[in-house]
Design a protein around this ligand. Structure first.
Ligand code: E4P
Length: 214
């Protein structure tokens, strides 16, 4: 299972890298806006930090605009994956880009049929947003299970990126399903390493160590 970091904050990415947890990065327009930096500047720097897929999203809503942005983004670095929204125009762009060898990640996926269409269009990755489904009282992880079944039924090579991850349980469930990738905020990455018994156990060991003659 691969872990991507879901952030545009390079200091967070460096921290994730230092603990060996970053196989790739996903960004989106909202995350980039939080940095106060230009989109290109952020993406270029991320490409110097992480040697893995770096996901950069288009903001055009028409196919021609998406294609233009995608081609320009793909020139930044060979690791760039272009995030395309799950729309009809988006699927037209994905189809063209796949013939040009430009990898795409179809984003804002909330149903299994959207994921099926994305795979048929030639997407390299598909991003079901589990947290946002949970937010509206749907079980987000059921979507991941459905996509996984569909992709196995037809041997699609499209990889599943479990996105909109909000807590360690999302990562656990994604791993139990066998999802290819989870894209995770730094806060949740840190939670994956934590356990209260580890904390209290270490505190007790250190306390007892003080009684050992030195
Ligand atoms: C995925 O690529 C998205 O950037 C992200 O996971 C969205 O997460 P959110 O629902 O917490 O904004």
């Amino acid at each position: 299972m691969k872990f991507f970091m879901d952030t545009a904050d390079v200091s967070e990415i460096r921290e994730g890298m230092s603990i060996g947890m970053v196989d790739g990065v996903t960004t989106n327009p909202s995350l980039v806006s939080q940095t106060g930096r230009t989109f290109r500047d952020v993406i270029e720097e991320i490409c110097t930090i992480v040697n893995g897929p770096i996901n950069a999203e288009v903001v055009s809503t028409d196919t021609e605009g998406m294609l233009k942005e995608a081609r320009s983004l793909s020139e930044i670095h060979p690791n760039i994956v272009v995030k395309i929204p799950m729309t009809q125009s988006g699927m037209q762009a994905v189809r063209v880009l796949s013939t040009e060898g430009i990898k795409t990640n179809v984003t804002l996926v909330f149903s299994p049929t959207q994921a099926l269409v994305a795979a048929k269009a030639g997407a390299a990755y598909v991003s079901p947003f589990v947290g946002r489904l949970d937010d509206i009282s749907k079980v987000g992880m059921e979507l991941v299970e459905q996509i996984d079944t569909i992709y196995q039924n037809y041997a699609f090579e499209t990889e599943i990126i479990v996105a909109s991850v909000r807590n360690p349980l999302h990562v656990l469930e994604a791993a139990m399903i066998g999802a290819d990738i989870a894209t995770i905020p730094l806060k949740v990455m840190k939670q994956l390493m934590e356990h209260p018994l580890t904390t209290s156990g270490l505190a007790q060991f250190l306390k007892d160590w003080e009684k050992v003659p030195k």
